[in-house]
Design a binder for this molecule. Structure first.
Ligand code: HPA
Length: 276
């Protein structure tokens, strides 16, 4: 993608004109099976991705493909119902383009969620894992080749990617709700093939608690542009390298959908207490 900075400004202008709003505080990226969360947004405007300049189309089952403007947990929000993935064939600078637009709209806090495979044997399908750190194992980086200083620091610092208040308030929400508290490291792989038993063993050895095919590129870009980030992953299946079971996409979507209301409760409770 060339001239990213100019494209961000162009998309920002388009969205402001089309929605008649500005000053979003919160940005939300809703992953596989989690698009129903958008129903809880008090909606002002909805725009299909195909209408938005420089946005990709969402090609995946379980992803609706529209941008929603409104209010969520008392905050002015812009939400992606469906996201873009590397495995769809997009470049990572295309996948992460919306994050730059959200920052340009004024958002300072990014919430990312996604379905993930559990690697930690104590996890169960339907658990919500609060991501405390990540491993980028995609084999590419969204900032590769970007030299324009207007986009942010070329070598962003990654020692504290996930917002401490976000982790604390979502942990408090989990404990109050009385559901198991799961925290851990998310490893992003390129997909779209699922992991073999040997790959699953390797990812466990790397220190990862969950694996997925998204989110980390958006988070890296979010750090570059100065977002505070909260990432909640829904564990849709648990992979044991010694008795590996096939993972089906329909199961992933069904489990993510079932966990949606819990994720929503955690998010709403946490966000109401976080000062943006
Ligand atoms: N592996 C990778 N991505 C996933 C998985 C998995 O097992 N489950 C949901 N997303």
């Amino acid at each position: 993608m060339n001239d990213i900075f100019e494209k961000v400004l162009e998309t920002r202008e388009f969205l402001i004109e089309r929605t008649g709003t500005t000053g979003q505080e919160l940005a939300l990226i809703l992953g596989t099976g989690l698009g129903d969360l958008a129903d809880r947004i008090d909606t002002l405007a909805e725009i299909p991705y195909e209408d938005i300049p420089h946005f990709c189309a969402s090609t995946v089952e379980g992803h609706k493909g529209r941008l929603i403007f409104g209010t969520f947990a008392g905050k002015r929000v812009v939400a992606m119902q469906g996201r873009f993935h590397y495995y769809e064939g997009y470049k990572l600078d295309q996948v992460t383009f919306p994050v730059r637009v959200f920052r340009a709209l004024g958002a300072k806090f990014l919430v990312v969620n996604s379905a993930a495979g559990g690697l930690n044997p104590s996890f169960n399908p339907g658990d919500i894992m609060i991501v405390t750190d990540h491993i980028n194992f995609i084999g590419s980086n969204p900032l590769t080749g970007l030299k324009d200083p207007r986009l942010g620091d070329r070598f962003p610092e990654m020692s504290r990617v996930y917002d401490s208040e976000g982790i604390l308030e979502s942990s408090n929400a989990v404990l109050e709700i009385g559901t198991p508290l799961r925290k851990g490291v998310y490893v992003a792989v390129s997909g779209p093939s699922l992991e073999t038993p040997a790959e699953t063993r390797l990812l466990r050895m790397l220190g990862a608690d969950a694996v997925g095919m998204s989110s980390v590129p958006e988070v890296i870009t979010a750090v570059q542009v100065g977002f505070r980030v909260l990432f909640l992953a829904v564990i849709t299946n648990v992979n044991d390298p010694d008795k590996m079971l096939p993972v089906s996409l329909s199961e992933v979507i069904t489990t993510a959908k079932l966990a949606g209301p819990l994720l929503l409760r955690i998010l709403e409770t946490a966000l109401k207490r976080i000062q943006l």
